[in-house]
Design a protein around this ligand. Sequence first.
Ligand code: COA
Length: 457
Amino acid sequence: MLNPSNVNFSEITPQIRELTQLCLDNSAIDPSLYTKYKVNRGLRDLNGKGVLTGLTEISEIKSSEVVDGETVPCEGKLYYRGIDIEEIVGGFIREKRFGFEEATYLLLFGDLPNKDQLDHFTQILANYRSLPTSFVRDIIMKAPSPDMMNTLARSVLTLYSYDTNANDISIPNVLRQCLQLIALFPLLSVYGYQAYSHYHDGKSLFIHNPLPELSTAENILRILRPDEKYTELEARILDLALVLHAEHGGGNNSTFTTHVVSSSGTDTYSVIAASLGSLKGPKHGGANIKVVQMFEDMKKNLSDWTDEDAVADYLKKLLHKQAFDKAGLIYGMGHAVYSLSDPRANIFKKFVKSLSEEKGLTDEFQLYSTVERLAPQIISEERKIYKGVSANIDFYSGFVYSMLNLPLELYTPIFAISRISGWSAHRIEELINAGKIIRPSYKNVAPRRDYIPIAER
Ligand SMILES: CC(C)(COP(=O)(O)OP(=O)(O)OC[C@H]1O[C@@H](n2cnc3c(N)ncnc32)[C@H](O)[C@@H]1OP(=O)(O)O)[C@@H](O)C(=O)NCCC(=O)NCCS
């Protein structure tokens, strides 16, 4: 028997390599079979459009319209509960309010709150923004992980043990659990980071308490920063980022995960841990980190940031897999659904400019603008583009987070702190309406064989 203390968990042993070869030899499916059996790979058709798998009233993404009977790409639009996100943002910014709590209320309950409803809702979240006694010491401080998404998922799963009614999936109980998670995500994420940076990087350990009168965005900055200080503009831009990331239809990978796992009838903690696992993936929530790293590499390679020819050369090198991570991608450009524009990127850009001025980073902002202008043309010269390519939300969110001095480790958790609102709304919608376990089909393409006794193999 193996002695666990002698096991190196990360080592790939020769035996594992040998078994891996068996997986590779016996699990590769002939790509032509996907066409033969008309499989919608990635649950999308050949043009990349998602297969219809459900109905929702929570949000709508518009990227094309019908003109003279023909479907053509249009400027991107995003609606939360039927209301244009640009109007929602314009509303709370004009009235100088924080917007994340209002957007969360809208997504969960289907209507904009009046002042009393919003105050009451904010109060509920503030009351829930406190972890069980000793949770930080007993759970978050133990075995800190280098990835805050795993820390967050572990904390969510552990909260199950602290909930005396954890398995009850009646709507009032699920709503109660979702509101608690929405309130707690900032604490679970930031404290997870503080523990990691203390034990791993030797930094001083700060566990600041949130304040009930502060918004979610203000509390994130307060509990993250050693001196608990932030400017109004910083908090408002982080709040805007939370509003813009809160929801994006039922088909995005983590929200679809919420639907799939909810449909099995399991508990809220298991569902949200699964959604976190999905969001962690670099094809989903992890792209903004890549944008920032790509720009760092670009800056190292450019002697003059204003030299557009040099910027264009670097972008071509990216596409030719000769620069940065050699993946052939210009990160922050393009989107699976949007074509001419991503409305979230457009909204963000206006505020990013002011923040870059406050931070003395206008040259950097100019470089981002130049890339945003040049990249679509360069991509379309090198790739076959059907629907158009433009800057997506990750293009500016990474830049914003770096200006806010947020550590890279928290970029994806910030997305989760926001998207838990959308997941919650979709979990409740699934439980109220669907009732059937989600169960698509897979066609077997392997031949049948006889079982051979072990002595004869
Ligand atoms: C998001 C993304 C995966 C969408 O891809 P898609 O649905 O295939 O989009 P399109 O149909 O417009 O792409 C058409 C072609 O242009 C390529 N393309 C699109 N965006 C690109 C980019 N930023 N860099 C390089 N090539 C790109 C696609 O790979 C595709 O080429 P292919 O047919 O050779 O595979 C893609 O744009 C991408 O990888 N972007 C960079 C990563 C990123 O920013 N992700 C965050 C998204 S919010």
